[in-house]
Design a protein around this ligand. Structure first.
Ligand SMILES: *[C@@H]1O[C@H](CO)[C@@H](O)[C@H](O)[C@H]1NC(C)=O
Ligand SMILES: *[C@@H]1O[C@H](CO)[C@@H](O)[C@H](O)[C@H]1NC(C)=O
Ligand SMILES: *[C@@H]1O[C@H](CO)[C@@H](O)[C@H](O)[C@H]1NC(C)=O
Ligand SMILES: [Zn+2]
Ligand SMILES: [Zn+2]
Length: 294
């Protein structure tokens, strides 16, 4: 087998494992990144335009250039450095191994940077202690502390049962509700938070991408939607290569409560998924406490 064919075959095999043939697979982006290894300012390579779009979707400032423009310019370098700083990587401005590894991780579908950038990213720009958590633009939050939730849409192909999903949600609500005034109650009728699994295009502006890539997304208060990508291999253990459903619920509920992404890599509100994590960190709790005044 020729070397050039290998990545393509791997891609085909990975996608063939996907039991839903109509569904896209997030692997092509990872393959693109592999092709960009070592790319730096001033260089040209197939896929630079795709990388630029990716950075733009994550909220980083890039110039509006055609996605077929594959020249990695100073602006792309600066956006990549911002990405690296946010994710606690060496800010080389080069598509290096660490960057490829982090960008290949499954993640939340919300951008890293929303309209209000973190005022003090990792303390780099200020002498005050770093504040890593963020809020959505305008700091939206709930105006009550007694919230109801319900589970909708549980396609039978989802790899965890409805009971397992409900248990994961219960655990996640308990975690967020510690030492504050929030109470969360499950209901079957009208509810504040609505959690469910969806596949591909699903009637919001954020279609899911099949196995890998984006795992879930959720909306800021007081839109309580929480959407899980039905095509992931979810489990209640998170043993590789499955994705721990409670870890992702905990993260998405943080968004439902008003938290944006944190640049503390250990926070539950960090945008990437790197294994089972079923607790909030100090940064997460301070973010919630300062938003609601607990
Ligand atoms: C809640 O408060 C108790 C008692 O002060 C403390 O031991 C515990 O660590 C706190 N939990 C969280 C998640 O802050
Ligand atoms: C999910 O992962 C488990 C554990 O590796 C595996 O046995 C199972 O076949 C996978 N399910 C799907 C649908 O790929
Ligand atoms: C912010 O994250 C950095 C790691 O990137 C960590 O050293 C620092 O303690 C965090 N700050 C807070 C307030 O959690
Ligand atoms: Zn998120
Ligand atoms: Zn959605």
């Amino acid at each position: 087998m020729s070397l050039a064919l290998k990545p393509l075959l791997l891609f085909l095999v990975l996608c063939a494992l996907n039991p839903f043939p109509s569904v896209e697979c997030a692997i092509p982006f990872i393959r693109t990144l592999q092709n960009l290894r070592g790319i730096r300012r001033g260089q040209n390579a197939d896929g630079v335009g795709i990388l630029r779009s990716h950075l733009k979707n994550l909220g980083y400032q890039v110039n509006d250039k055609s996605s077929s423009d594959n020249n990695f310019d100073a602006n792309d370098e600066s956006a990549l450095k911002q990405y690296q700083a946010f994710h606690g990587l060496h800010t080389s401005g080069v598509v290096d191994d660490q960057t490829i590894e982090t960008m290949s991780l499954p993640r939340c579908g919300l951008p890293d940077i929303t309209a209000t950038p973190n005022p003090n990213p990792n303390g780099l720009s200020s002498s005050s202690p770093p504040q890593n958590y963020t809020y959505f633009p305008g700091n939206p939050k709930w105006s009550k502390f007694t919230l109801t939730y319900r589970v909708t849409r549980m396609p039978s192909s989802v790899s965890v049962s409805q009971n397992d999903f409900k248990q994961a949600l219960r655990n996640a609500f308990n975690t967020w509700g510690q030492n504050n005034s929030f109470t969360f109650t499950e209901t079957t009728g009208q509810s504040d938070i609505v959690a469910g699994f969806h596949r591909g295009l699903h009637f919001d502006f954020y279609p899911f991408d099949g196995r890998g890539g984006v795992l879930a997304h959720a909306f800021a208060p007081d839109d309580g939607r929480m959407h899980m990508d039905a095509d992931e291999n979810w489990s209640t253990t998170g043993s590789s290569p499955t994705i721990d459903v409670e870890t992702v619920c905990l993260h998405e509920l943080g968004h439902n409560l008003g938290l944006g992404h944190s640049n503390d890599p250990n926070a539950i509100m960090a945008p990437t998924y790197s294994g089972v994590r079923r607790n909030t960190r100090q940064d997460d709790r301070e973010g919630l406490n300062n938003l609601y005044g607990f």
